[in-house]
Design a protein around this ligand. Structure first.
Ligand SMILES: [Zn+2]
Length: 451
């Protein structure tokens, strides 16, 4: 069962900003913990502080029941005074909660949200956003470790706001919007206070809205329901959905940032771990439209029949089957790898200077010579490899013949000399071990004794 921590500065924030999504997660079997940061002691009209705390707490319990929240954690800070609480103190509480409850996802106000005039919201957003990475460190708040807690990192951050500066995810919530409305209405005292604020403003304007008074005195659901429905419909429209059947809540959903693509390619499931929930936007990010004209210049039209490679890359040809499948290799050469078909009849043409792979290589640099990593100038290695194989620039060899040649002429020691970490031509891919294995397989295939 996955856990979500919903950090709500005030009792009603969770329901109002992400209530329908929380209800959906709860329905999907998530364990939802709501963290109320303040005591809401001032959020009422005409009640004493004690009455206000009691009423708002009671109504919070009713609201979370509707949403399917399993647990409430009270931090008890004085409401509307978080601006006076040191940010570091608030952050420590968040780090503690992350380490204690180990949530897969955290819901919170976005520290980069727009038009936020509530400092409790601002401070909580800042504390959560910083706690997210500090919780991973092993030297922050050692008193937590003395309690038996460990460094921990949340996987997903679901940020909401009055207005997000950037929406990255729309959650479809038609099935749970009714529960969101009911949960918000359950915070009757806080809603009365919200309506009261509008009434005061409209009064200053010199007017009145009778529906506000009627809602405050009686049933709030028509007013709140209309507002929340329209809001959800507006967001569904932004997502380009059919608003007759779909409604949305919006988030800035953050996971691995700029490393998302890399992790998508390289990550493999952990044995005992539950499968990760699918996040369409992150798992299948919209592919950049390819500029076909530009690509045609880079990918030769005859690449399926013929590849042109420099001297030392002939060694890579011995491990093509494995290398072309490998995530790390694909990161460097993806656009090219997708087009290469390493069949026995593929013609390998030996070129002098830059080969096709160079232009796609992440280490390619015009300024630095041939390569920005390892050794700078690979010409010496190109020459040595070609001489060893008996090939010259302009040679054309079938891939199968080249592979047989490699099996015959390149011993374990020779491959180590050419590509290994000790030699002058160290290769980033050699360290992965696939080349050694592929060459061994080639020797076996052609009945050449290992040497
Ligand atoms: Zn609030």
């Amino acid at each position: 069962m996955k856990t979500a921590l919903v950090i709500s500065p005030h009792a009603d924030d969770a329901a109002a900003f992400c209530g329908a999504t929380i209800a959906k997660f709860a329905d999907d079997g998530w364990h939802i913990i709501l963290v109320r940061v303040t005591d809401d002691r001032k959020d009422s009209v005409g009640l004493t502080v004690e009455q206000t705390i009691a009423k708002n707490t009671e109504e919070l319990h009713a609201a979370v029941k509707i949403l399917g929240v399993s647990e409430i954690v009270e931090l008890g800070f004085e409401t509307d005074m978080l601006a006076d609480v040191p940010l570091g103190k608030l952050r420590e509480r968040m780090v503690y909660l992350f380490r204690k409850f180990k949530p897969y996802a955290v819901f919170s106000f976005d520290p980069f949200g727009l038009y936020e005039n509530n400092q409790d919201h601002v401070r909580v957003a800042q504390a959560v956003d910083e706690a997210y990475w500090i919780a991973c460190f092993d030297k922050h708040y050692p008193e937590h470790f003395a309690e038996g807690l460990e460094p921990f990192s949340v996987c997903e951050r679901w940020y909401f706001a009055r207005q997000l500066s950037k929406v990255t995810h729309y959650e479809e919530v038609a099935a749970t919007i009714e529960r969101k409305i009911d949960a918000v209405c359950a915070h009757r005292e806080m809603m009365k206070n919200t309506i009261n604020q509008y009434q005061l403003q409209v009064k200053t304007w010199g007017k009145q809205v009778r529906w506000l008074q009627q809602s405050k005195d009686g049933d709030m659901k028509p007013l709140i329901g209309l507002f929340l429905q329209e809001q959800a419909k507006g967001l569904a429209q932004e997502a380009c959905w059919d608003t007759e059947v779909k409604l949305a809540e919006a988030f800035r959903l953050e996971r691995f940032g700029g490393l998302e693509e890399l992790f998508q390619m390289m990550a493999e499931p952990l044995n005992e771990s539950e499968p990760a929930p699918v996040r369409a936007e992150l798992d299948h990010p919209q592919e950049e439209p390819t500029n076909e004209i530009e690509e045609a210049h880079i990918i030769p039209l005859d690449i399926k029949e013929r590849i042109r490679i420099m001297g030392h890359h002939h060694l890579c040809a011995g491990a093509f089957d494995e290398l072309l499948k490998m995530p790390v290799f694909r990161i460097g050469y993806a656009s090219l790898v997708d087009h290469i078909n390493p069949n026995p009849d593929l013609i390998v043409e030996t070129v002098y200077g830059y080969g096709q792979f160079c232009y796609h290589c992440v280490y390619f640099s015009q300024d630095e010579g041939r390569c920005t990593s390892g050794w700078k100038n690979k010409l010496a290695k190109d020459y040595a490899v070609l001489e060893h194989l008996g090939l010259k620039p302009g040679s054309q060899t079938r891939l199968e013949d080249l592979q047989k040649m490699l099996a015959e002429k390149v011993s374990y020691q020779k491959l180590e000399d050419f590509c290994g970490p000790g030699g002058p031509g160290k290769c980033e891919f050699y360290a992965l071990g696939v080349c050694q294995k592929s060459f061994a397989a080639l020797r076996e295939k052609y009945g050449i004794e290992s040497k």
